[in-house]
Design a protein around this ligand. Structure first.
Ligand code: ACO
Length: 332
């Protein structure tokens, strides 16, 4: 897609935040029939962050967003668009984006909404934000990726409760110098497979009842093997299509920033594309799968580890409920 009037769009500021409370594999051993060795070998996860009683998603998101805005050097009023990627909002209505806009005092003219693409949310949001700025509908956009999986995780189900954690990240998108910013995108969905990963109760098709509370249908239900197979396939498709859109080969990417769902999914991509550990960001051992928070948290890890340097070509690749997938190629 080409918009003729605009400059490149990229990241002007980044901020992240996670709850203080840590849930370790040892804690989970006390809750379900599992063990640290199984979890580490099958997933790569050692611990994850979870909200404490009384803590709300927005409490974690606000400091992440403030950091991103501060780093961008913009005044809150200069940001006239807000896309909040999440499937675990504070309320079904209004959108978490509206709560955040009010709290931060962002510009009042512009789009302000939640985007639900589960774990692919942040990558979808990068693309929508990019297109919105290039179309002239907004000048600067605050893009949030945040999920609080602990609120919808069944801590009696060992096949899911070991995987998920809570976390938030935010970036400010705006015009950047020629030669940097977003270079290519891909997005996709397999909507016939939506039942493999879902929350079946709590929406309007099945409002909460005593029966579905008892049957634990308000929690994440996942066909892990099917999602795993999809994830490996979708990763490759998303990455290769986005690289082609950017006019490069996957091998020309300097740094791979994958959704942190399972170390074996990341390893499979590393093997396929010949990426060694220096060219991949992995923080799954600390945070588990934070859904839409995963990619911005990985960006921050890359920065802290000194892996993310100016001028590098990065690939953000994600997949998740829907089943959705997407990738963005970005020059930092
Ligand atoms: N501890 C010990 N044993 C366990 C555990 C556990 N926590 N969980 C499952 N097992 C057992 C199973 O019961 C099974 O036992 P059995 O052989 O006696 O039946 C055995 O371990 C193997 O189970 P599998 O399901 O085959 O294990 P697998 O190697 O596939 O790993 C996992 C399961 C980790 C869930 C994997 O399938 C996976 O990561 N899938 C992708 C999940 C994912 O990425 N989801 C998120 C997508 S993004 C989003 O939008 C939320």
């Amino acid at each position: 897609m080409n918009f003729t009037q605009s400059k490149p769009v990229g990241i002007l500021g980044l901020g992240t935040a996670v709850p203080d409370k840590i849930l370790t594999n040892q804690d989970l051993e006390e809750m379900v029939d599992t063990n640290d060795e199984w979890i580490v070998t099958r997933t790569g996860i050692r611990e994850r962050r979870v909200l404490s009683p009384g803590e709300k998603p927005i409490d974690i998101v606000i400091p992440a967003a403030r950091k991103a805005i501060e780093e961008s050097g913009l005044k809150p009023s200069e940001i006239n668009g807000l896309i909040f990627c999440t499937y675990t909002p504070d309320y079904i209505m209004p959108a978490s984006a509206c709560l955040l806009q009010g709290e931060l005092g962002l510009g009042r003219d512009g789009l302000c909404y939640d985007l639900n693409a589960a774990c692919t949310g942040f990558v979808y949001g990068m693309q929508v934000g990019w297109a919105t700025i290039r179309s002239g509908l907004a000048r600067n956009i605050l893009l949030v990726g945040a999920d609080f999986n602990s609120m919808v995780t069944d801590y009696t189900d060992r096949s899911t409760c070991i995987l998920f954690g809570d976390g938030a990240g935010a970036v400010v998108l705006g015009e950047v110098d020629e030669g940097s910013g977003i270079l290519g995108n891909s997005a996709g969905v397999d909507g016939q497979s939506w039942k493999h990963l879902m929350l079946s109760a709590g929406g309007c098709a099945a409002p909460i009842t005593a029966e579905n509370l008892e049957s634990r249908d308000r929690y994440i239900q996942m066909n892990g093997r099917e999602v795993f197979k999809f994830a490996v396939r979708a990763f490759n498709e998303a990455f290769e299509k986005a690289a082609a859109d950017a006019g490069i080969e996957p091998s020309e990417v300097d740094l791979l920033i994958p959704h942190q769902a399972n170390i074996r999914i990341i390893q499979s991509a590393m093997d396929r594309y010949g990426f060694n550990a220096d060219r991949v960001v992995i923080n799954i051992e600390k945070y588990g799968n934070t859904s839409a928070g995963s990619i911005p948290l990985a960006l921050e890890t890359a920065r802290q580890e000194g892996k993310l340097r100016k001028g590098m070509t990065c690939a953000l690749v994600a997949f998740g409920g829907g089943l959705t997938h997407g990738a963005t190629i970005l020059r930092w």
